[in-house]
Each structure stands twice: as structure tokens, then as C-alpha cells.
Design a protein. Structure first.
Length: 186
């Protein structure tokens, strides 16, 4: 275990969190992070990334990458997403995930910390197109557990797959439960 892992685990333990992991862990996957209801999810997620350790990059709204925050966000593994227009993001990331050096692509499927009617489908479409599994991650405030809770290979039957994901995430709670979006594609 590296010094960075030990420090991250120590900080999480001091904050009352338990790191959870799954074995075997795929080297290429879409890392589905749910629920996402608070700004605190980001620093906790970075600690988990270091503690486990995860070779993960993450997708975030492009406004996070403007101005002086842009370079540090990219160094932390961030990939900007323009949610206002179609840019070929899904196809581009699927190709990079499938053909480039191995990494995990972390995505919060709600697309925001606010309550939404359901999940955006990009995470699912990227996994199918890249032919990689979904690696299920949570920042579960109710049980103070953070990390990986399972792996799932999407079948292409979105309705059945999303129902299976809902089952896996059934007991996971965000910091602000009133903002947890239902697990269904919109």
C-alpha cells in the first residue's frame, strides 16, 4: 500500500467512512457513482479514488473547467462535458475507453446534484459501445460507506439492466435524500 493510499484511508476513517471494494475489479469500466446530492461528494470521491486506488477519470460539467480551476480539474482526472449541445461525447469516450490505455470512467448518471426525474443514458450507452462493464460505486451517507459495491455487464436490454441497478443501489442514501433521483432512464 502506498503512502497516499494510507493517508486517504486514514482521513476517511477519521471522518467515519468505511471503504468498500469488489474483486476482481475490471481495468476498463464505466464507474457509475450514485447517489450524487452534495458538493461534498467530490472531495470524498477523490479520497476514495486515492484510498482504493482507482485508475479513474471523471466526467463533469464543462463550467468546472473554466478559468483557473480548469488545469487542476484536468490533473485530477476530469473530462469536461458540454451538456447544452450534442458534441459526440458518448462515441468519443466509448472509443477512448475501448481503444486507449485502461482506465475507469466515473459518471454520476443523474448529471447533477439536484433532483431529476431519472438518469441520463450516456453512461449506459458508453458502456455498451465500449463493450465494458458498469462498476457500481456509492457515497452512501446513511451507512457511511464509500467505494465499489458491484460490477454489472449491461445486456443491451435497458429496462431490465436499469431495474437490476436499482436493486443494487436500493439501500444507498445521499447526503440530501430529498435530492436522490429515481433510478430510471430519461
Amino acid at each position: 500500500m502506498t503512502t497516499g493510499q494510507r493517508i486517504a484511508r486514514f482521513i476517511l476513517r477519521r471522518l467515519g467512512w468505511t471503504c468498500v471494494d469488489v474483486e476482481p475489479r475490471p481495468e476498463r469500466a464505466v464507474l457509475v457513482v450514485y447517489p450524487h446530492t452534495s458538493n461534498w461528494d467530490f472531495p470524498l470521491g477523490l479520497l476514495a479514488k486515492a484510498a482504493l486506488p482507482l485508475n479513474a477519470r471523471w466526467a463533469g460539467k464543462d463550467t468546472l473547467f473554466r478559468g483557473p480551476l480548469g488545469p487542476p480539474m484536468r490533473r485530477l482526472g476530469g473530462i469536461p462535458v458540454n451538456r447544452r449541445e450534442r458534441t459526440g461525447f458518448v462515441a468519443r469516450l466509448a472509443a477512448e475507453l475501448r481503444d486507449g490505455p485502461p482506465f475507469l470512467l466515473a459518471i454520476a448518471p443523474e448529471g447533477t446534484r439536484s433532483l431529476t426525474p431519472g438518469w441520463k443514458s450516456g453512461f449506459y450507452r458508453i458502456a455498451l459501445e465500449a463493450r465494458v462493464p458498469l462498476l457500481l460505486a456509492t457515497i452512501d451517507y446513511a451507512h457511511k460507506r464509500i467505494g465499489l459495491i458491484g460490477s454489472f455487464t449491461p445486456s443491451g436490454d435497458a429496462e431490465r439492466d436499469i431495474a437490476a441497478l436499482a436493486e443494487r443501489y436500493a439501500d444507498c442514501r445521499g447526503l440530501r435524500p430529498e435530492l436522490v433521483s429515481p433510478i430510471r432512464l430519461v
